[in-house]
Design a protein around this ligand. Structure first.
Ligand SMILES: [Zn+2]
Length: 386
């Protein structure tokens, strides 16, 4: 059965903090140290002794980024926001015009955003040998950008490329942005104006309105005097040069995909809602779970089943589960059933603290700890008869 990306938008209850001592930042740090760095004799028999990270939109919020759903990965800011589904995107020229127009306006903000202290700390944990890999639901490429030497698996794809629905060729999103500017000069002028006013650097509808950008109740950007239906996008160059068998790909004189075409449509290289995750990715993330000894969820409410089932898999394998997320997590009570509230953290961890605070503090602690071990070794003198 194909694995699809489907959002889950029901409200989630507040978490039970585990262990109870993890309700303060300092307590959570102690529990996290015990979780990620348990004494050797308590390490589980299975796995490589390391931790696999599963990250979500919460880790990118400090980068000033809303994920491509338009509201920091949650549905609380704009409850009526409805993402474009994969089948709508594939079936309709109109849906694609709307998607690419919004994406065109949003790209600049994503492009200028950078990984934050939490991503940096994840990279440092990798260097310290604590992590086996990172699985991320985020499409912002911050993990691979920040720590290229630590394996990152992008469960829901990435926005840095576009991909052809017909021939699967990938293209650079930045070049695609330049193509969109050339094909849509009125939009290009509008984008320049909005960048000037700062209206696009905020997600807050009130602030946006004050800066001259109107946001409709459904989250659409209202562009004065310009209709979505006028937006144009290019065809896949490979399909244009050599159309797939039985299809035709046509473009206007200045390079816009024409609806008379039956192939050559580019989509973002993300797994859109309602789209199946490729079999190779599904297999790779399952392997990443299976090879690790414990799983640590960072900044995710596990709202998509594709992410939730990975934690369920870890649970079935008897791996300790840790979750650091502000607010509730879908179905978390079943992950922590029977967990001791007066434990140390190594068996189960659930806290609701800021990732940009706790992760750098964890790295500091572990580095300090490592330094102490090294200095202990330095003063140790072997007995003369050995
Ligand atoms: Zn193509």
């Amino acid at each position: 059965m194909p694995l699809m990306r489907i959002p889950y938008t029901a409200p989630l209850p507040s978490p039970t903090i585990i262990p109870a001592s993890a309700s303060t930042l300092q307590g959570a740090l102690g529990a996290l140290v015990d979780f990620i760095n348990p004494p050797v004799n308590t390490a589980p028999g299975n796995g490589n002794g390391k931790t696999v990270i599963l990250s979500g939109a919460g880790i990118s919020v400090a980068s000033g980024l809303a994920d491509y759903r338009g509201s920091n990965g949650t549905y609380t800011l704009n409850k009526t926001y409805k993402p474009v589904y994969y089948h709508e995107f594939c079936a309709g020229h109109e849906a694609r015009k709307r998607y690419w127009a919004r994406s065109y306006l949003g790209w600049t903000n994503l492009h200028k955003s950078r990984p934050n202290r939490a991503h940096e700390a994840v990279g440092a944990l990798g260097e310290l040998g604590k992590l086996s890999s990172v699985i991320t639901q985020n499409v912002d490429s911050f993990h691979p950008k920040q720590h290229p030497r630590l394996k990152t698996l992008e469960l829901h794809g990435y926005l840095r490329s576009t991909i052809c629905i017909s021939c699967r060729t990938e293209y650079d999103r930045e070049q695609f942005q330049r193509d969109l500017s050339e094909l849509n000069p009125a939009w290009s002028d509008f984008l320049a104006e909005m960048l000037e006013s700062g209206a696009l650097s905020t997600e807050n509808p009130v602030e946006r309105r004050m800066k001259g950008l109107k946001t409709n109740p459904d989250g659409d950007v209202d562009v004065p005097g310009v209709e979505y239906s006028t937006f144009r996008y290019p065809a896949c160059p490979a399909c244009l040069a050599s159309p797939p068998a039985g299809s035709k790909v046509e473009q206007s004189a200045d390079g816009a995909w024409l609806p008379s075409s039956t192939a050559g449509v580019l989509k973002p290289a993300v797994i859109m809602f309602g789209e199946s995750i490729p079999g190779s990715v599904k297999l790779a993330v399952e392997e990443a779970i299976d090879e690790a000894s414990r799983i640590l969820v960072l900044g995710s409410s596990l709202a998509t089943y594709s992410a939730w089932r990975l934690v369920k898999r870890a649970k079935e394998r008897g791996m300790p589960i840790g979750i650091i997320n502000l607010g509730g997590v879908r179905g978390e009570e079943q992950f922590f059933a029977g967990a001791s509230l007066d434990g140390l953290g190594r068996e189960a961890l659930r806290c609701s603290v800021s990732l940009e605070e706790i992760l750098p503090a964890l790295v500091d602690h572990l580095r300090h700890d490592d330094a102490r071990i090294v200095s202990d070794k330095a003063v140790f003198q072997p007995a003369p008869w050995r």
